[in-house]
Design a binder for this molecule. Structure first.
Ligand code: ATP
Ligand code: MG
Length: 470
């Protein structure tokens, strides 16, 4: 790297130091000098300065003030404080104010050059990263969370805001909307990259097992506790604990969880020795916790603890404009996984994806694309490669309806559609639709599902049949 194009501003009230530094640095950098804050600001105004090196004492003025003011400018330089050896407190304060580094006086020129070069390199990498991240987010979303719809913007915004903090986050949303993905993103962006992310699926475990999973146990704490075991809280110390399906935990465990989060202390089962833990908790649920609080099945104090920041993941049907991006990503993923060349969907198949309601959200879309990639032997994925429930074909779903429709007292559909000599497809369709509506108590969404068609198609057919106005 050639540094001669990089600008260094030296601010020192002693002329000897200024001249000395200019002489020693000007072979390597483009050097400016200033004797006080106003001279420095004059240079900053007119030149694009990469690194500002300032003394702590500038006559009656203070180098820390200069640093604070400089960092408030748009595109500020990297700031380095020069201070007498031993004044560590000041150095720490400078770093807190955003200074990049400090060097002790008397100055060692070689050391100083290294610090300046490192600062310049660091700044370049940082600028590149910021640019890269901004670019990627705009096109695809954040981390691995795909989406550029308006519905996703507040989600990205909140993730960016809360990730670097210790705040507890509650992620709510229907199944398959990406709650776990968001939990992982929050951890990755937490700025503690070496720390651990530990996940507990609360629904999978019985009350006692969940407690021991979370808090650990001592040997002999209960039947079967043959060894001492470290709980997930201890394991996640210094990192993030992701509590999935938090709505499933029982009231007893809720009490202990509340204490662990509130007091940052846990006790292993079978022990009353408190253990300090520093854990950031992120919880997810597809239940309405507020409703559970009202019903008395979830503690309100725990709810408020968890709900410091909350994120409500939008269902896919409310952000259909993201379907295209998601499909692209999943096509790439599954063609690669299956060693196939990149595929695409026919426009008819794509339309079917847009028409569908996606009760299983992104997870369901992902499965559908995987299905398509596996089923097609050409480069195109068409309707016939997609699962039947996406098909807009009433005769086909006729059979499906027969299979799925059990459990009601309504008569089963005719097994042989040709039996009555009624060969008119349109009339057949109309019968099926009426039957489906009857069975579902006129619930159009349910009826459409029973028929294996989209709600929109259902709506269209009802219009054609004159059953709804429009
Ligand atoms: N915005 C998204 N971009 C890319 N992939 C996504 C997105 N949202 C979800 N997915 C994918 O969909 C699947 C389900 O996501 P995830 O497990 O995070 O959902 P969830 O909300 O936790 O669901 P559940 O409530 O059923 O546990 C995963 O494979 C995930 O990678
Ligand atoms: Mg999940």
């Amino acid at each position: 790297m050639n540094f001669t194009e990089h600008t260094v501003l030296v601010v020192d009230d002693e002329k000897n130091t200024r001249d000395g530094l200019r002489l020693s640095l000007e072979d390597e950098f483009d050097v400016y000098v200033a004797a006080n804050i106003s001279e420095a600001e004059e240079v900053l105004k007119n030149e694009s300065v990469d690194v500002m090196l300032t003394d702590l004492r500038l006559g009656g003025e203070n180098g820390l003030d200069l640093i604070t003011r400089t960092l408030a400018r748009p595109k500020p330089p990297v700031c380095i404080l020069m201070t007498a050896y031993g004044s560590v407190d000041v150095a720490v304060e400078a770093m807190k104010k955003g200074a990049y580094d400090y060097v002790g006086k008397p100055l060692n020129i070689d050391e100083l050059e290294i610090v300046i070069k490192r600062a310049i390199r660091g700044r370049q990498v940082e600028e590149e990263n910021v640019a890269l991240k901004a670019q990627v987010t705009e096109r695809y979303g954040l981390e691995n969370i795909i989406g550029r719809s308006a519905a996703m913007q507040p989600i990205f915004e909140t993730i960016r805001q809360v990730a670097p903090t210790r705040a507890t986050v509650l992620i709510e949303g229907e199944s398959g909307t990406g709650k776990e993905l968001v939990g992982r993103a929050i951890h990755h962006l937490s700025g503690r990259p070496k720390s651990k992310l530990v996940t507990v699926h609360c629904a999978a475990l019985s009350e006692q097992l969940l407690e021991s999973e979370l808090f650990g146990h001592e040997r002999g704490a209960f039947t079967g506790a043959l060894e001492r075991r470290i709980g997930r809280f201890e394991e996640a110390d210094g990192g993030t604990l992701f509590l999935d399906e938090i709505g499933e935990i029982d009231l007893n465990t809720q009490v202990k969880l509340l204490r662990a989060i509130g007091e940052r202390t846990i006790e292993r089962l079978g022990s009353n020795k408190p253990i300090k833990v520093d854990v950031r908790v992120v919880a997810a649920t597809n239940k309405d916790l507020g409703e559970m609080v009202r019903e008395g099945t979830f503690r309100d104090d725990l709810f408020f603890r968890l709900n410091v920041v909350s994120l409500l993941m939008p269902p896919l049907r409310q952000r259909k404009e993201d379907i295209l991006l998601l499909v692209d990503a999943f096509l790439k993923e599954f063609t690669e996984e299956n060693g196939k060349p990149l595929m695409e969907l026919t426009s008819e198949a794509m339309q079917a994806l847009f028409d569908y309601d996606w009760p299983g959200n992104v997870r369901e879309l992902r499965t559908v694309i995987e299905h398509g990639v596996v089923m097609s032997n050409t480069q195109k994925i068409g309707m016939r490669h997609l699962p039947p429930f996406l098909k807009d074909d009433s005769l086909l779903s006729f059979r499906e309806a027969g299979k799925r429709g059990g459990g009601s007292s309504a008569p089963a559909p005719a097994v042989d559609p040709f039996a009555g000599g009624d060969l008119n497809l349109a009339r057949m369709e109309e019968k099926m639709i009426r039957l489906a509506l009857e069975r579902t108590g006129e619930n159009r969404t349910e009826a459409a599902r029973l028929l294996g068609i989209s709600r929109r198609t259902m709506q269209r057919k009802l219009k054609e049949m004159g059953l709804v106005e429009g």
